[in-house]
Design a protein around this ligand. Structure first.
Ligand code: SF4
Length: 67
């Protein structure tokens, strides 16, 4: 694991949604998949490079609906 942690560059991306399962396990969902069905909903982690990366800026990571 590098300095970006378990999710790699998704941790810095505006498209990341953190999902917590009923068992309390956290998953990184990629919101790009909502508009593009060919894009993985749960990319294999950690993500090192991504063509759809969008810098998050200062806003906190968004929590997404489960599923
Ligand atoms: S667009 Fe790429 S970097 Fe951003 S959350 Fe999705 S998979 Fe991760």
């Amino acid at each position: 694991m590098d300095e970006l942690g378990a999710y790699g560059i998704c941790s810095l991306c505006a498209n990341q949604r953190l999902i917590v399962s009923g068992r309390g396990q956290e998953f990184s969902l990629c919101a790009v998949s909502q508009a593009d069905p060919d894009w993985p909903r749960y990319p294999r982690m950690p993500v090192g490079r991504c063509t759809r990366f969008e810098e998050r800026g200062s806003e906190p990571v968004r929590r997404g609906p489960r599923g």
